[in-house]
Design a protein around this ligand. Structure first.
Ligand SMILES: [Zn+2]
Length: 511
């Protein structure tokens, strides 16, 4: 049987500066989903990358006295290394300065122009002459350039525009008829009521005031401005071509899930679907606009001095603590918050006290009482039933949450079963059973039940904390770790010999 495909993308990151931990949430979130889908048996294709054109980059490169290409090469390399530090399993890391992408974007622009969806007109904005930059009214507060503080003045520039208005009714109908298109649902109403219903303004899709962009082939001096360059990465890099697309494209498109930040949901649920409609392509099945990760409930910024970086945190706490924090502490629809102190507190509690403690205690007992050999004589008591039931249904419940992209809640389900296991130890008091010669088979059963719970929970934790999962499964010498194996209690064979107990997460004690 061929596996069903699952095409998953993140937004491409703008390469103007090094990403902070808040900007790293998205790739980790998407990675957890990609890993989970692979675990479930999907043929996953996971794409991420960088958005490398635009005026801001041109200016940054000028400040650094290097060529823009050199500048984006540096930032893209740094960004990719952070994605790798976070142990993310992307299949493809794309960059919009790729020559093949540029050529297809030019073809797309020309096609849209030829069919009348793009037309030439005038862009009116507030211009700062020394900076050679256009600003919007909201950017130029009090009529001053946000970069240099000099006064700006209205200026006209010849530009190409994309006819969003032409597709407005079709888009509204589509959104209403496809309840899974925009997640969270609250954002769907916002898009329709605040943006579509009042009427879409045509979109400026070219500029001539800067050069660092993909040239418009049929009009010298114009470069393609952000949207048609950046948004189309999702199709160009898998082989879309207006003259005939690749087999890979036909297999993968439409995307199954596009994960983006909540700040760019409008671009991805209005501009992007309209571009696709104009190209006569199907729309992605789901676009999820995730909330933000704030620093102590405040936006992270260099000027506020409250920026945390992923690589620093990983160096200090290890990758799985950081992954766990990001995936578990940011809810589905509301912003999350991070500080070093919170990270220590949460991971000490969940990973050291609940998870680590359970594994170490159970494996130690098995080693102490039975030389590490596990068996199930099935001397059951009432307390066993509830535990076995909750771990047996866990896999299905986790799948359901993951399908709704409620990753934090999926992890919560696993943590709850681990808590029940700790309570089960307190209730069954293995240390008391050990002292009673007649209770040896009951003690074996208790330990067996715990090992099975650990096996299933550790297998299900793999997409979120790959290294930790592997370590635990290795510790209990688990053989049955496939997705199907998480649905059945009792697969650990009698006579399985555990390895020595390991500390899974050492508690962090602040000096
Ligand atoms: Zn200026």
């Amino acid at each position: 049987m061929t596996k069903p495909k699952f095409y998953l993308t993140t937004a491409i990151a703008y390469t103007s500066t090094k990403p902070h931990i808040g900007n790293t949430y998205e790739i980790v979130l998407a990675d957890a989903i990609a890993r989970f889908k692979r675990f479930e048996g999907y043929d996953v294709y996971f794409q991420t990358g960088t958005d490398e054109h635009g005026e801001k980059i041109e200016l940054k490169a000028k400040e650094a006295a290097i060529e823009p290409q050199q500048y984006v090469d540096n930032v893209a390399a740094e960004l990719k290394s952070i994605w790798d530090v976070m142990n993310t399993s992307y299949d493809s890391f794309v960059r919009t300065t790729d020559k093949k992408h540029e050529a297809i974007v030019q073809k797309i622009f020309k096609k849209l122009y030829d069919q009348g969806d793009i037309y030439k007109s005038e862009y009116v904005g507030l211009y700062c002459t020394p900076c050679e930059s256009f600003w919007t009214e909201t950017q130029a507060v009090n009529g001053l350039c946000p970069d240099c503080g000099r006064p700006v003045s209205p200026k006209k520039e010849e530009s190409y525009f994309f006819k969003l208005s032409k597709y407005q009714d079709r888009l509204e109908k589509y959104i209403n008829e496809h309840p899974d298109f925009i997640y969270p649902e609250s954002r769907k109403n916002e898009m329709i009521n605040n943006f579509i219903k009042p009427g879409l303004q045509d979109l400026c899709v070219s500029r001539s005031s800067f050069k660092w962009g993909i040239p418009v082939t049929f009009d010298e001096g114009h470069v393609i401005y952000v949207w048609i360059d950046a948004l189309t990465n999702y199709i160009t890099f898998i082989g879309y071509d207006p003259d005939g697309s690749s087999e890979q494209f036909n297999k993968l498109w439409p995307a199954d899930l596009q994960v983006i930040g909540k700040d760019i949901i409008r671009f991805h649920t209005i501009y992007w679907p309209i571009i696709l409609m104009a190209l006569d392509l199907p729309l992605p099945k789901t676009v999820y606009g995730h909330p933000w990760l704030l620093f102590d409930n405040d936006k992270m910024s260099k000027s506020k001095g409250n920026v945390l970086y992923a690589d620093d945190l990983v160096k200090e706490f290890g990758v799985d603590r950081v992954r766990y924090y990001l995936l578990h502490e940011i809810p589905y629809a509301n912003d999350g918050s991070i500080t070093r102190e919170l990270l220590i507190e949460k991971t000490n509690n969940d990973l050291s006290n609940i998870l680590g403690n359970l594994v170490t205690r159970t494996v130690s007992m098995a080693n102490k009482y039975f030389d590490g050999v596990v068996s199930n004589p099935k001397v059951t008591e009432e307390a066993d039933d509830a535990l076995i039931q909750s771990v047996s249904s866990l896999s299905d419940e986790v799948v359901q949450k993951m399908n709704e992209i409620k990753v934090a809640e999926a992890i919560d389900l696993i943590i709850n079963v681990l808590k029940k296991c700790n309570k089960y130890i307190d209730d069954t008091t293995p240390w008391a059973l050990a002292k009673d010669e007649s209770k040896q088979d009951r003690l074996k059963t208790v330990i067996y039940n715990l090992i099975e719970c650990i096996r299933i929970c550790a297998s299900l934790l793999a997409p979120f904390m790959p290294e930790t999962s592997e370590k635990i499964l290795n510790n209990i010498n688990a053989e049955h770790t496939s997705f199907e194996d998480t649905k059945t209690f009792g697969l650990t064979a009698d006579g399985t010999k555990l390895n020595n107990a390991e500390i899974i997460f050492e508690r962090i004690v602040e000096k």
